[in-house]
Design a protein around this ligand. Structure first.
Ligand SMILES: CC(=O)SCCNC(=O)CCNC(=O)[C@H](O)C(C)(C)COP(=O)(O)OP(=O)(O)OC[C@H]1O[C@@H](n2cnc3c(N)ncnc32)[C@H](O)[C@@H]1OP(=O)(O)O
Ligand SMILES: CC(=O)C(=O)O
Length: 538
C-alpha cells in the first residue's frame, strides 16, 4: 500500500486568537510560531494582516521558519475589483508564503451576511485565488460553513469548493464552522465532494468542537479522503475550540490504523516533545495544563486504583494504550485510598525510598494514608506531604524546628489617614535547638500574615528558605454547614525550578493552611539536604 502524507495546518495564532479570554501580543505570536516551527508542522497560520495592529506588525517581521507561513483573510468584496480591494491588497503584500481565504459556501450566508448574489460570491472566490497565485503565493480556501451549507444547498456548496480548486487553490478546506456536524455526516459529505471532482489530495478539514467531536470529525474526514487537518494547540479556538492537534498528531503517529497508511511532518522522534510543547503553551497562556488531556495530561498515564497498579507494575501494557514516553509523558502510580501495596511500593521507590513488602511500617503508612484520606486529605495532589508522611513513618525526618504555637488576629480599624482598613497580624513561636524564636508579621490576610511570620526568622535555616516561593494556594470546603472541613493545597517552588505540593486539613482554614505551610518549609529543608525530592522517572 502506498503511504500518503497528512499535512498539518496550525491555526493557533488565528482561530486560537478568537478564543474568549486569549489575546496574543506580537511577542507571544513570535514565541508560539517558533515553538510550532520547531515541532515541525507544515503550515503555521499567523493571523489576519490588516485586521488589527498586532497581526499587521507580526506579518511585517523577518521570518526564519521552515513551516509555510500563512496569512488569513476574506475573499475580495463583491462589487470591487481585486486591485481595488484594500483588504485583499494587505493580504497580498503580507510577508507570507501562503494566503488562506475564508469564503462563504452556504447560500444563506451569501444572502444574509454578504448581501450579494451567489454568482458574485463565486466570482470573489475565483478572482481572489487567482490574485494570490499571480502574486506567487500558495492559495488555500477555507469554505466557511461548508457542511451546513451542503445540507442546505449541496450544488452551491460544491460549486464553491470546485471554483476554488479550479482557480488554483492548493487546498480547499471544508469547515464545520458551527461545530455541530457529526462524524458520519462529515464522511458522507467529504465523499460527495471528492465524487464532484475535488480530489482528497487537495482537501482539508477545519472542525470546531461544539459537540466534542472536532478530533473525531477530523479523523472521519481523513478516512473519507482529506489530506490536510487544521487545528490548534490544546484545542483552543472560537467558542468550544478547534480540533486539538495535540491529540490528533499522536493518534496519527501511534495508532496503527493511521500509522500504517500515513506519514506526517511530525515523526515519532519529534513526538517525544509533545507534552513539553503542550505545557509550554499553557504556561505562555498563564493557565494550568488540563490534567486529563489525552496523551499529555498529568493524569493521562496515572493510576490510583490498586488492582490497576498491581497489573501495571507487572506489565504497563495492561492499562496503557501507548507508552507514556512516546509523547514525552510519564507513568504515575499514585497513592490514595484506592491503592494497595503495589501503588505505595512503586511511589516510594520513585522517591528513592526502599521498603520491603513485608515491612510493618508499610502497613502502618497505608493505614495512615487511608484514614487521613477518609478525613479529607488528598495525597495524590500533594506529593511533598506524602513524601514527608512516608519518611516520618519510617523515622527519617530530622527535627529541624519545633512549633510551640501561633496566634492570628484580624482587626478592622482606622489607619493613620482615617481610612477603615482590615489588618491581619500573626505571631509564630518556634524552638530551634531548644532556643525559642518569636516572629510577628502583618499580611494581606490571615494566611499571608502567618506565612510571613513563619518564614521571617527560621534561625540558622533562614538563608536556606530565602528562595522558597508560594506559587498557588487552593482552598476546598469538603462538606458544607457548620461542620465544614477545609482542605488547603499549597504549591511551592524555589530557584531550582522544582515545584512541590503540600496539603493541610482541618475544621479551621487557618489551621489547615498552617499544616500545608509547615510541610512546605520542612520539605524545602529536606530537599536542600537531598533527603527528599529525588524523583526517578519510571
Ligand atoms: C469562521 C471564521 O472564524 S472567519 C474569521 C473571523 N475572524 C475575524 O473576523 C477576526 C478578524 N476580523 C476583523 O478584525 C474585522 O472583521 C475585519 C477587519 C476583517 C473587517 O472589519 P469591518 O470591515 O469593520 O467589517 P465587519 O467586521 O463589521 O463585517 C465583516 C464584513 O466582511 C464581509 N465578509 C465576511 N466574510 C466575507 C468573505 N468571505 N468575503 C467577502 N466579504 C466578507 C461581511 O459581509 C461584512 O461586510 P459589511 O461590512 O459590508 O457588512
Ligand atoms: C474559517 C473558520 O475558522 C471556520 O469556518 O470555522
Amino acid at each position: 500500500m502506498t503511504r500518503e502524507k497528512i499535512y498539518l495546518f496550525d491555526t493557533t495564532l488565528r482561530d486560537g486568537q478568537q478564543t474568549p479570554g486569549i489575546d496574543f501580543s506580537v511577542e507571544d505570536k513570535i514565541a508560539i510560531a517558533a515553538m510550532l516551527d520547531t515541532f515541525g508542522l507544515d503550515y503555521v497560520e499567523g493571523g489576519y494582516p490588516g485586521a488589527n495592529p498586532t497581526d499587521t506588525a507580526f506579518f511585517s517581521q523577518n521570518r526564519t521558519q521552515k513551516a509555510s507561513f500563512v496569512a488569513f483573510g476574506m475573499t475580495k468584496r463583491a462589487g470591487v475589483s481585486t486591485s481595488n480591494d484594500p483588504g485583499l491588497a494587505q493580504l497580498l503584500q503580507a510577508n507570507s508564503d501562503a494566503i488562506c481565504f475564508v469564503a462563504k459556501s452556504w447560500d444563506y450566508h451569501v444572502k444574509v451576511a454578504l448581501g450579494c448574489t451567489n454568482e458574485e460570491n463565486l466570482g470573489s472566490i475565483r478572482e481572489s485565488v487567482e490574485a494570490a497565485v499571480a502574486a506567487g503565493k500558495e492559495a488555500l480556501v477555507d469554505c466557511e460553513h461548508f457542511f451546513d451549507g451542503y445540507k442546505a444547498n449541496p450544488q452551491y456548496a460544491l460549486a464553491c469548493a470546485k471554483t476554488a480548486y479550479e482557480a488554483g487553490a492548493r487546498w480547499v478546506v471544508l469547515c464545520d464552522t458551527n461545530g455541530g456536524t457529526q462524524p458520519p455526516e462529515i464522511r458522507d459529505i467529504v465523499l460527495a465532494v471528492i465524487a464532484a471532482g475535488v480530489p482528497g489530495s487537495a482537501l482539508g478539514i477545519h472542525a470546531h468542537n461544539d459537540t466534542g467531536q472536532a478530533v473525531a470529525n477530523s479523523l472521519a474526514a481523513v478516512e473519507a479522503g482529506v489530506r490536510q487537518i487544521q487545528g490548534t494547540l490544546n484545542g483552543i479556538g472560537e467558542r468550544c475550540g478547534n480540533a486539538n492537534l495535540v491529540t490528533i498528531i499522536p493518534t496519527l503517529c501511534l495508532k496503527e490504523t493511521y500509522a500504517s497508511r500515513f506519514d506526517t511532518a511530525v515523526n515519532t522522534d519529534k513526538l517525544v516533545e509533545l507534552t513539553r510543547l503542550s505545557h509550554a503553551f499553557d504556561e505562555l497562556l498563564n493557565r494550568s495544563p488540563d490534567h486529563q488531556a489525552p496523551y499529555v495530561g498529568a493524569s493521562a498515564f496515572a493510576t490510583k486504583a490498586g488492582i490497576h497498579a498491581s497489573a501495571l507494575l507487572k506489565d504497563p501494557r495492561t492499562y496503557e494504550h501507548v507508552e507514556p514516553e512516546s509523547v514525552g509523558n510519564f507513568r504515575k502510580v499514585m497513592v490514595s485510598d484506592q491503592g494497595g501495596k503495589a501503588n505505595f511500593i512503586n511511589e516510594l521507590k520513585r522517591r528513592g525510598i526502599e521498603v520491603d513488602k513485608q515491612d510493618p511500617r508499610l502497613d502502618k503508612l497505608i493505614s495512615i494514608v487511608k484514614e487521613r484520606e477518609a478525613g479529607g486529605y488528598a495525597y495524590e495532589g500533594a506529593d511533598a506531604s506524602f513524601e514527608l508522611l512516608a519518611r516520618r513513618t519510617l523515622g527519617t525526618v530530622p527535627d529541624f524546628f519545633a512549633l510551640e504555637g501561633f496566634r492570628v488576629m484580624v482587626e478592622r480599624r482606622f489607619d493613620a489617614n482615617g481610612h477603615l482598613k482590615t489588618v491581619s497580624e500573626a505571631v509564630v513561636k518556634l524552638a530551634i535547638d531548644g532556643t525559642p524564636i518569636m516572629s510577628v508579621a502583618e499580611g494581606d490576610g490571615p494566611v499571608n500574615a502567618l506565612d510571613l511570620a513563619l518564614r521571617k526568622d527560621l534561625g540558622k535555616y533562614q538563608t536556606e528558605i530565602d528562595d522558597l516561593e508560594l506559587v498557588d494556594f487552593k482552598v476546598r470546603i469538603l462538606n458544607g454547614g457548620t461542620e465544614a472541613i477545609t482542605r488547603v493545597l499549597i504549591e511551592s517552588s524555589d530557584d531550582t525550578g522544582v515545584r512541590w505540593w503540600t496539603v493541610g486539613v482541618s475544621e479551621n482554614i487557618i489551621d489547615a493552611s498552617f499544616q500545608a505551610l509547615m510541610d512546605s518549609v520542612v520539605y524545602k529543608l529536606m530537599k536542600n539536604r537531598q533527603l527528599a525530592g529525588k524523583i526517578a522517572a519510571e
